[in-house]
Design a protein around this ligand. Structure first.
Ligand SMILES: Nc1ncnc2c1ncn2[C@@H]1O[C@H](COP(=O)(O)OP(=O)(O)OP(=O)(O)O)[C@@H](O)[C@H]1O
Ligand SMILES: [Mg+2]
Length: 239
């Protein structure tokens, strides 16, 4: 059974279907990709999964349980964590305090949890720097550590490699792969297509709110409709 499953979720904003019948799954220890052009509905799909946006129809399941009506807070407690497309850090706090505030929300021994997480994402050396003094690459890692502090079973990452240089992207990829060895499921929204192809077992392509294709990286790369709608464009364009 997948950890996370959406079944035909739709979101209508006025007369506009931002998401239209989207079904996807994320398995234990799996990195699943969610890609598509700007405005395709990726972030809105994340908002439905995390409970920030009620779907017009469709269901969200966590470990087989229907959580469509469950609050965002309860979903976070149940094991769904996310990062945001725009960095949402406390700039005047240190790296360590940014992570610790998240660890405190989740309960026991936040000091130890914080130290472990900083080590795991490679931020120990900058733990006492202010968050607003960091490179984008390090700031994204703080955000990742904050999300991990909730001890998620599934992690939703919204364009985590945006603004990273090649070295930072490689390091980020290795950290994600390492996290999956503990069974963490990851749903990755990212315009860095080579990164998605390298990390993801299954990829879902959205276009105008609908699933255009689902498949392995090889299947997606040779799908003519996907090439037409997205891969043949400039997928590196910032979102
Ligand atoms: N709160 C909202 N109210 C009205 N329309 C919205 C709202 N949020 C998103 N939309 C619209 O829904 C569509 C999907 O937006 P969404 O942000 O999910 O796209 P995206 O795939 O994440 O794009 P990007 O790659 O640019 O981040 C867009 O047409 C967007 O303008
Ligand atoms: Mg988005």
């Amino acid at each position: 059974m997948p950890i996370l499953e959406t079944h035909e979720i739709s979101v209508r904003f006025g007369g506009h279907m931002a998401v239209n019948g989207v079904s996807l799954t994320v398995g234990e220890g799996e990195i699943a990709g969610l890609i598509g052009p700007n405005g395709a509905g990726k972030t809105t799909t994340f908002n439905v999964i995390t409970g920030l946006q009620a779907p017009t129809r469709g269901t969200v399941r966590l470990d087989g349980d229907d959580i469509t009506k469950v609050s965002a807070h309860q979903r976070a407690r149940g094991g769904i964590a996310r990062t945001f497309q725009r960095l949402e850090l406390f700039g005047s706090l240190t790296v360590r305090d940014n992570v610790r505030t998240a660890a405190e929300l989740r309960g026991s021994d936040p000091e130890r949890v914080t130290d472990e997480l900083l080590e795991r994402v490679g931020l120990t050396a900058v733990a006492h720097q202010r968050a607003d003094s960091l490179s984008t690459g390090s700031a994204r890692l703080v955000e990742l550590a904050r999300a991990l502090a909730c001890r998620p079973r599934v992690l939703l990452l919204d364009e985590p490699a945006s603004g990273l240089d090649d070295g930072e992207t490689d390091r980020f990829a290795e950290i994600l792969l390492d996290l999956t060895t503990d069974g963490l499921g990851i749903l990755l929204v990212e315009h860095d297509v080579p990164l998605v192809m390298r990390l993801c077992a299954q990829i879902t392509v959205l276009n105008f709110g609908e699933v255009l294709a689902t498949g392995t990286p090889i299947e997606i790369q040779k799908n003519p409709e996907v090439v037409d709608a997205y891969l043949g464009q400039d997928p590196g364009a910032p979102g």
